[in-house]
Design a binder for this molecule. Structure first.
Ligand code: RB5
Length: 145
């Protein structure tokens, strides 16, 4: 089972802890990062820190949460080797793994409910990368970096 890093800014603490509990119950090793209370903080710092952890721990995956998921995904994607996909619904949670080999799922605590986020994370973690033509496209991004 993959090691899972999960982080949020202040908006996503409740969602982050609920997802972490869920994943621990399923047997994942979960490393909780970022804010632990409602004190305002920067999604930018937390997104970069999370992505660095994922990229430097081969085979691990990440979950990034801010109000919309946008800011923390932009920040995470600045880290070489990070592929964060912003997800609010089930089909995208599947496709970011199948087609993009995303190693980070980002979502928005102000936009979706906690139980929906847990469903998206379960899909993300159980869907493999398809490789093939998608591998070539991911390699274009890797080579650009
Ligand atoms: C914080 O207010 C909010 O800007 C942040 O959580 C996020 O939505 C940014 O993209």
């Amino acid at each position: 089972m993959e090691k899972i890093y999960i982080s949020s800014d202040h908006t996503g603490v409740e969602m982050k802890l609920a997802i972490a509990d869920h994943l621990k119950t399923k047997g994942y090793e979960v490393i909780i990062m970022g804010n632990s209370d409602a004190t305002a903080c920067s999604y930018a710092n937390n997104g970069i820190e999370l992505a660095e952890a994922v990229v430097s721990n081969k085979g691990s995956l990440g979950i990034a949460i801010c109000g919309t998921g946008v800011g923390i995904s932009i920040a995470a994607n600045k880290v070489k080797g990070a592929r964060a996909g912003l997800v609010y619904e089930t089909q995208t949670a599947e496709l970011i793994r199948q087609h993009n080999n995303a190693n980070i799922l980002a979502t928005g605590a102000r936009l979706i409910a906690v139980d929906k986020a847990i469903k998206l994370v379960d899909i993300f973690l159980s869907t493999p990368f398809e490789g093939g033509r998608h591998q070539e496209r991911v390699e274009v991004i890797d080579n650009y970096e």
